[in-house]
Design a protein around this ligand. Structure first.
Ligand code: HEM
Length: 150
């Protein structure tokens, strides 16, 4: 209520919502840096060892695909779909066991990569929420402590 009465807040909310995340992050180059830092974290964080082992030893191709996907996901050019078809991320991850721990490890790598490469903390928070929704949607395993109920 308080913020809604002040015109500058409305103006800045308005301009933020008209811009895509792709525009706000600054285009292809910052997304490339984000993905680079993300996989560096996956390579080095002990908590990420399990999800790192699901990926190929050479990450060159995976990096290029994630960059193309994120460009499109953030509202930029749709080269990913043109090259690889509809993302169908849940389906594409079905071959990999993704439980809550895997989701959280992925998010931890991404959160740290965002902290290193995105200055705008509001944008970081919005992207973190969007990443979490996607990561949780991809989850395809119940936690092991539920196993004895099956
Ligand atoms: C939740 C934990 C996640 C795990 C464990 C995981 C793991 C993986 C693995 C192992 C691959 C295959 C790499 C390869 O051999 O080509 C992959 C591909 C991919 N992942 Fe994830 N991922 C997760 C979450 C996400 C999220 C949240 C996104 C997007 C925001 C995402 C986007 C992608 C994309 C775009 C591909 C390539 C799909 C294609 O082949 O076109 N992943 N992921």
């Amino acid at each position: 209520m308080e913020a809604a009465r002040t015109a500058p807040a409305l103006v800045s909310i308005g301009s933020a919502s008209r811009q895509t995340h792709f525009e706000r992050i600054g285009g292809v180059e910052p997304i490339t840096r984000l993905v680079e830092r993300f996989y560096d974290r996956m390579d080095s964080l002990p908590e990420a060892q399990v999800i790192r082992s699901l990926h190929p030893a050479d990450l060159t191709h995976v990096k290029l695909v994630l960059v193309a996907f994120l460009i499109e996901w953030m509202g930029g050019p749709k080269d990913y779909s043109a090259q690889r078809g509809h993302p169908r991320l849940r389906m594409r991850h079905m071959g990999f066991p993704v439980d809550a721990a895997a989701r959280d490890a992925w998010m931890q790598c991404m959160r740290l990569a965002m902290e290193e490469t995105i200055e705008d903390s509001g944008l970081r928070q919005q992207l973190e929420q969007a990443f979490f929704k996607t990561a949780d949607f991809i989850r395809n395993q119940q936690e092991s402590h539920h196993d004895h109920h099956r």
